[in-house]
Ligand binder design. Sequence first.
Ligand SMILES: CC(C)(COP(=O)(O)OP(=O)(O)OC[C@H]1O[C@@H](n2cnc3c(N)ncnc32)[C@H](O)[C@@H]1OP(=O)(O)O)[C@@H](O)C(=O)NCCC(=O)NCCS
Length: 168
Amino acid sequence: MLEDEEVMKIELSEPKPEDGLAVNQLVAENPPLDPNSLYCNLLQTTHFAKTGIAAWHENRLVGFVSGYIKPEQPDTYFLWQVVVGEAARGQGLAKRMIQAIFERTTLANVKWLETTITPDNQASQRLFLSLAQAWEAEVNTSVLFDKQKHFGGQHNSEELYRIGPIAL
Ligand SMILES: CC(C)(COP(=O)(O)OP(=O)(O)OC[C@H]1O[C@@H](n2cnc3c(N)ncnc32)[C@H](O)[C@@H]1OP(=O)(O)O)[C@@H](O)C(=O)NCCC(=O)NCCS
């Protein structure tokens, strides 16, 4: 963790359609995230803006979270991707962005967070376990998309983390 005076001044905002291109570039620059089509990121910054968040430092996009409320399960927020550019890591930004989404009125009836993580992504595992701890919530894991069955052996299994109930 950085000392206070070293923490970057970062502003969080609801994404705008014009942010889609910067999101596309930030995701592409930060493996192991799967890069998306620009069209996909434009949908995230328009139709899914209320469930996404952008982090800006000196007019540069340094963080982004995409997600949606599950259509058949309105008490569950599915977090699609979280990304923080290398220079902005290690100061609690990913955690702050996700907590800020959960404070929105759009999520007033949401009690669960779901996301998937590959078994080798320790940073992401730590991030979600830390959130669960802060919320005093349980974490259940299971395989959502299997390496062989769903990815034809071309991608690691994606393990589902279901966190909750979340009472803010
Ligand atoms: C994963 C990622 C979003 C974390 O961003 P970040 O802003 O640095 O994370 P935070 O500072 O909010 O850290 C949250 C917690 O995770 C822990 N953590 C973060 N990165 C870590 C790492 N590389 N190794 C171990 N723990 C880590 C922190 O110590 C912190 O724990 P604490 O609250 O108990 O102190 C960032 O590393 C990233 O964008 N990685 C590439 C893309 C990716 O893998 N995204 C997730 C899959 S969708």
